[in-house]
Design a protein around this ligand. Structure first.
Ligand code: 3PG
Length: 305
């Protein structure tokens, strides 16, 4: 059996070593395709693979058509919007993610982006502190809950809105639940986005919502760029000279944001929320173990299709 690690954005070496050891101890073979520049390389590499581990790599019908033996794809991470689930199901391929494994890493980056915003991009001028401010967690999954835990350590009051999560659960995590996204944005000085990119959420973060934030509001996005209505946000930031946008996913309109709002906008050059050795080890090894278990016993507990 052959397990392919296909990562445009490679794992730390220590994580690859760990994945290799799990795969080889199970009597399977590991193949590595990192930093590939052309989809053709992925199509070739997948042709004789029984399983693949990916990150944000696009796995679509073309990939399934190129792989005659493929049985499972594991997205080493949380969001699986990069994988065409219907095409996977048609090709009889199981798709899994590794929920929670990189959540702390993403949460730490979200806090880092908040500090970078309120300390004026470390430019030497007087900023503000997180302590005593209100943080709104928009979707209370693994990352959102980790952000709340860290923010509470900074002395922030944490609020959350999650369309799929009941108020009692949110309260149980020590977070104040609110009844709507509108109430969250109206209430909070900082909003941290943790919604997945779905048909319902795409373009849903717009001027009508962000414009509800109090003066000096900071929007932090470590989720997906697709959830932002970029044109609407740019227009809002033109009108509201106090609002700031910090993102770990470079918008399509990055150049416009930089040109218009150099002091109120920041984007990482490459999505790096999950780019830590620890997150790579956690997610990569979990993915390898899930593959071995699935191929050996049929256990499909983290299946998403
Ligand atoms: C995730 O969905 O797990 C995060 O967005 C991390 O994505 P990455 O593996 O591409 O860094």
């Amino acid at each position: 059996m052959k397990v392919l690690v296909a990562t445009d954005k490679p794992f730390a070496k220590v994580a690859v070593d760990g994945i290799r050891s799990v795969v080889e101890q199970a009597g399977m073979e590991l193949a590595l395709l990192e930093k590939y520049t052309d989809k053709k390389q992925l199509l070739e590499a997948v042709s004789d693979a029984d399983a693949i581990i990916v990150r944000s790599d696009i796995i679509d019908a073309e990939v399934f058509a190129a792989s005659s033996k493929l049985k499972i794809v594991v997205r080493a991470g949380a969001g699986f919007d990069n994988i065409q689930l219907d095409a996977a199901t048609k090709a009889n391929v199981c798709v899994m993610n590794t929920p929670g494994q990189n959540a702390n890493a993403v949460a730490e980056l979200a806090i880092g982006l908040m500090i970078y915003a309120v300390r004026n991009h470390f430019n030497g001028t007087s900023g503000t502190e997180l302590r005593g401010k209100k943080l709104g967690i928009h979707a209370c999954g693994n990352v959102g809950r980790n952000v709340a835990r860290l923010a509470q350590g900074f002395g922030m009051t944490t609020y959350a809105y999650d369309a799929f999560c009941d108020a009692e659960s949110i309260q149980g995590w020590g977070i104040i639940p609110v009844a709507s996204a509108e109430e969250l944005y109206k209430t909070c000085d900082v909003i941290s986005l943790h919604i997945p990119a779905t048909a319902e959420t795409k373009n849903s973060i717009n001027a009508a919502l962000v414009g509800l934030m109090p003066k000096g509001g900071v929007l932090v996005n470590t989720a997906r760029k697709e959830v932002i209505d970029e044109v609407s946000l740019i227009n809002l930031m033109d009108d509201r000279r106090d609002l700031r946008y910090m993102t770990d996913i470079m918008p399509a309109a990055h150049a416009t944001f930089v040109a218009k709002f150099p002091e109120r906008y920041f984007a990482t050059p490459k999505k790096m929320g999950a780019q830590t050795a620890e997150a790579n080890i956690n997610a990569g090894i979990a993915a390898a173990k899930q593959i071995v278990d699935f191929l050996q016993t049929g256990n499909d507990c983290f299946r998403v299709n």
